[in-house]
Design a protein around this ligand. Sequence first.
Ligand code: ADP
Ligand code: MG
Length: 291
Amino acid sequence: MNIVILSRNPALYSTQSLIYAARKRGHFVRVIDHMKCDLVMEASNLAINYEGERIRDVDAIIPRIGSSATSYGAAVIRQFELLGVYTATSTEALLRSRDKRSAMQYLAAQNIPIPKSVITNDIFSVKKVVEEFNSIPLIVKLLDSTQGLGVILAETKASAESILEAFIKLKQKVILQEYIAESKGADVRVFVVDNKVVAKMVRQAQPGEFRSNLHRGASAMVAKLSPEEEHIALAASKELGLKVAGVDLLRSKRGPLILEVNASPGLEGIEGTTGIDIAGKIIEMIQRNAG
Ligand SMILES: Nc1ncnc2c1ncn2[C@@H]1O[C@H](COP(=O)(O)OP(=O)(O)O)[C@@H](O)[C@H]1O
Ligand SMILES: [Mg+2]
């Protein structure tokens, strides 16, 4: 098959791992920077040009779209979809999951457990929004936070209020969330491919840190999942429409909660920790569905 990986950086571990897995299975694979794709549109002429060359005969794409390129990346995926090309991540699923606000809305509507979350856009309702919660600390989170950079722990309601006010004044989109203290700086990353759990790891934040992102120095270990954890991870990725998903769970007193669902989850940490060939599972999904 002719597979295209949409990635801004061919040198990244995740991209390299996918290239290797595809070549090993006899496919032709090429990395294209989605930000350099031109989309041609007119009646009966829908096309994609890349650095002056028409892109043709692609059987499948694997989008690896970073958060800063979501909007243009989604347009590029849509163009491939409209051309009938199989995609490992659909435009709709990318857009639903990438925005923490819409992801939380879809999950809550399906009764999938999440930490209680409230969004406001109104600087004058901040006090009331904070009063929605019966516990402290609270988490204030930028809607476009990644790698833990944009997640703040507010120890008191007064500090939650003032942080929220500052962000709203700065025109930043934020979400206020109950803090799950009993997770003790740990979360579980569940990797889903084609509606199956293929790998899972627990990430533990460094001492003194509540964010369990590997980019924030957390350590990772292979995890075991309870049936309930497996069930909600699959339900969450299915609801958002993601065939490839990194689902993050917090272990709370009231059971597992979905924290976020990543549409372009990194492969380095999870392949390194579990020894599982996840890139291979993604290529095998494409073999079953495309071509
Ligand atoms: N409500 C919460 N309760 C407890 N810990 C949280 C909560 N929200 C975030 N965290 C911690 O902060 C980390 C980063 O938060 P997350 O929502 O995943 O943002 P990002 O997209 O920046 O990774 C999580 O992996 C988790 O360890
Ligand atoms: Mg995260």
